[in-house]
Design a protein around this ligand. Structure first.
Ligand SMILES: NC(=O)c1ccc[n+]([C@@H]2O[C@H](COP(=O)([O-])OP(=O)(O)OC[C@H]3O[C@@H](n4cnc5c(N)ncnc54)[C@H](O)[C@@H]3O)[C@@H](O)[C@H]2O)c1
Length: 241
């Protein structure tokens, strides 16, 4: 169960730090893993500055309360450069390293050998198919592999795409949905086609929302045909979602 978990976030780029922050703020024990101490320090700084800004807003006139707010959350964050031993204690791994298929596959291959069999693997990739990243892991792990696509800036953005590949088990999606909810975010289930929901929304709002329902009011045959097409297209998209 993810509920009792250490949530590992690999690499402390922009997204990794944001994910660690929201998980720790939601009460999770988190291990941030990176390749160097310098990178870990940089990530820690990103998180503490962001938490300090929140604390200042929450307790504008009380600096000791601001401090204890930051300390309490940071108390749940451990740092490590040891990916294998960190993975051996994880229930959930969220990867947010560079957007490169081979680099991600190589990391997950190593993690698959170290993590317990129940550990759920996720990637924050924006553009790579989850099934391609998961290919470097065992068949069993591929069924516990999904996308967890946070948006930037993570602490502010509510939406998280939960990406299901053909191999991902339903109960894994259920656990991830609960995890996302516990972070105070809104999860949207997507098929393994990166950008799917966002592209759909862009299309929907910029292109056809106006037209798709106005077929009800269209005066001539051509308009009715065009508007009906948009309407049906949108309905198909909604059903696919
Ligand atoms: N930036 C965004 O707006 C955004 C939004 C959603 C998803 N994402 C996804 O999140 C992931 C991380 O994006 P980011 O913007 O945080 O990137 P980033 O460049 O800020 O951070 C990436 C991290 O990967 C590390 N890295 C570089 N080479 C590496 C290697 N060979 N092995 C391991 N780590 C290495 C870097 O040190 C860095 O800490 C990507 O998959 C990206 O597609 C980014």
């Amino acid at each position: 169960m993810i509920n009792s978990s250490n949530t590992l976030s690999f690499e402390l780029g922009l997204m990794g730090a944001g994910i660690v922050q929201v998980a720790a703020a939601a009460g999770r024990s988190v291990v941030m893993v990176d390749i160097s101490n310098a990178a870990l320090e940089k990530g820690t700084k990103i998180i503490t500055s962001s938490l300090a800004r929140i604390a200042k807003k929450q307790y504008p006139d009380n600096s000791s309360q601001q401090e204890s707010y930051v300390d309490e959350i940071m108390g749940r964050v451990k740092v490590s450069t040891e990916k294998e031993s960190s993975a051996s204690n994880a229930d959930l791994i969220i990867e947010a390293i560079v957007e490169d298929l081979k680099t991600k596959q190589s990391l997950f291959k190593t993690l698959d050998e170290s993590a317990p069999s129940h550990t759920i693997f996720t990637s924050n990739t924006s553009s790579l198919p989850i099934s391609s990243i998961a290919k470097s892991t065992s068949q069993k792990r591929q069924s516990q592999f999904a996308g967890l696509h946070f948006f930037n800036p993570v602490p502010q953005m509510k939406l998280v795409e939960i990406v299901k590949s053909e191999q991902t088990l339903e109960n894994v999606i259920k656990e991830l949905s609960q995890f996302v909810k516990d972070l105070g975010k809104v999860g949207v289930l997507c098929k393994d086609t990166p950008g799917y929901v966002i592209l759909f929304l862009l299309f929907y709002f910029s292109f056809s929302l106006k037209g798709s329902f106005s077929f009800l009011f269209a005066k001539n045959g051509f308009n009715i045909w065009i508007y009906s097409f948009f309407f049906s297209f949108n309905m198909v998209y909604i059903i696919m979602l």
